[in-house]
Design a protein around this ligand. Structure first.
Ligand code: LLP
Length: 421
């Protein structure tokens, strides 16, 4: 469910016509809906009512401070994967004690910053990381609360590039080494093993593979407790899928929560959830302008002012996004297959091939739907293209939460070397 709908033939985000934003802010521009973010957060938290839980929004999905502060106000925590995300989450008002830090490559500086902030949990992914964390924690006179991310060897389905739970993936520690690793952790002065963490992938449509992974986690929690290690938390990662098109039918948050309730029966733990896409995905769209319609060799190319540098998912994961015109086409408009492409000098700068579309002409405006997660965050300034602007809507008003940089802003980030006059 989201709040992007046609009203009198004009696509709106809540009470704001997207055309107004396109005209006033320009394109390409990401637009987020406060009401949708709130709804997704509430649906998920209500599904876990009655359990001890922390929803640690996965900032990597959409790290705009406008979005993160909206979620902070609702009581969300954060799952961060870098010092930059940690700084942004704190700045956006997420309390340190609701932040978990994931990722395979945490640097000394990142671990130090997180220890100094006093975060809820480090999700440790290797023995050398634990040794480094122990050393830093001891030097600061602290004890780091940790969970090991265990690799359950479960195939979650979905695109290979976003699957993480197999032996061939770099993530987590091996299942058979977990007992030994926890024993070593418990013996370290700067480490306090408090949880078990798992994350098997993203855009998972069916909760059953998760059930298999989570059942393994519950077994491990029981074994560790028998071993005398006081595990109090289960971090189950993110990964619940969203509909990108009307034919997608992901399992609901309620089904996900019910499955987790069934799996964790009889053990008292705090649940930590790290949803990203489920919160932000359908809460955002990307607006683009049609620059040219080019007919060549029997094909029609619709060339936009937004490219793979603005929305990388189609180029990276073969993803497709629904595309809506900001001005609703007539119900009987004839559809014609067109290639929707960007201006970037790369063959993969193609959003979709042979997509049936109503008639499009120069300066028509379109919206890529479901672009709130892994959209703006994955963008780059390739081809010296300014990053897309970002806007958040709340009811009838909107706020530009990341202005589009000017060419001067881009140039100011770089210098000539000192030896060139
Ligand atoms: N926790 C961990 C440890 C993760 O690695 C991720 C996502 C999440 C939570 C959040 O997962 P979500 O609830 O959003 O599925 N760029 C790709 C997706 C990459 C996912 C990376 N990890 C895409 O656009 O499909």
């Amino acid at each position: 469910m989201h709040h992007f709908n046609y009203v009198d033939g004009r696509l709106h985000c809540e009470g704001v016509p997207l055309e107004d934003i396109a005209r006033e802010v320009g394109t390409p521009t990401y637009v987020y809906s406060t009401a949708t973010l709130e709804r997704h957060y509430k649906v998920l938290s209500e599904a876990f009512d009655g359990s001890k839980y922390l929803i640690a929004y996965s900032v990597k999905a959409c790290g705009n401070i406008g979005v993160v502060s909206t979620l902070a106000k609702l009581g969300a925590g954060a799952d961060v994967v870098s010092g930059g995300e940690l700084a942004k989450a704190l700045h956006a008002g997420i309390p340190a004690e609701k932040i978990v830090f994931s990722g395979v490559g945490k640097t000394r500086a990142e671990l130090t910053a997180a220890l100094e902030a006093g975060i809820h949990q480090f999700n440790v992914e290797s023995f050398p990381e634990m040794e480094r964390l122990n050393e830093i924690a001891m030097s600061l006179g602290k004890k780091a609360p940790i969970a090991f991310r265990v690799n359950p060897h479960v195939d979650a389905g979905g695109h290979a590039n976003i699957s993480t739970g197999g032996a061939e993936h770099k993530f987590g520690i091996a299942w058979h080494e977990a007992g030994e690793m926890y024993a070593q952790a418990a013996a370290m002065e700067g480490i306090n093993p408090v949880g078990v963490d798992v994350h098997i992938g993203s855009q998972i449509m069916d909760v059953e593979p998760m059930r298999i992974a989570f059942e393994k986690v519950v077994t491990l929690v029981r074994e560790l407790r028998e071993q005398g290690i006081n595990i109090q938390r289960m971090d189950l990662g993110g990964g619940l899928g969203i509909p990108y098109s009307p034919k997608d039918n992901p399992d609901s948050p309620a089904k996900y929560a019910q499955m987790i309730r069934e799996v964790k029966q009889g053990i008292d733990v705090q649940l930590i959830l790290e949803p990203g896409r489920m919160i932000a995905g359908n809460a955002g769209v990307m607006l683009a302008n049609v620059e040219y319609v080019k007919e060549r060799d029997g094909r029609t190319f619709v060339i936009l002012d937004s490219g793979m540098n603005d929305l990388a998912r189609p180029a990276l994961y073969d993803a497709t996004h629904e595309i809506n015109l900001l001005n609703e086409p007539a119900a009987d408009a004839s559809l014609k297959p067109v290639d929707i492409v960007g201006p970037v000098c790369e063959t993969t700068d193609r959003f979709e091939e042979a997509r049936p579309m109503p008639p499009l002409k120069q300066d028509d405006k379109i919206a890529f739907m479901s672009a709130g997660a892994y959209g703006a965050v994955l963008s780059s300034q390739y081809n010296a293209r300014p990053l897309a602007a970002e806007v958040i809507v709340n009811g009838d008003s909107y706020s530009v939460v990341r202005p589009r940089p000017s060419y001067e802003d881009i140039i100011a980030l770089e210098n000539q070397p000192s030896w060139i006059e």
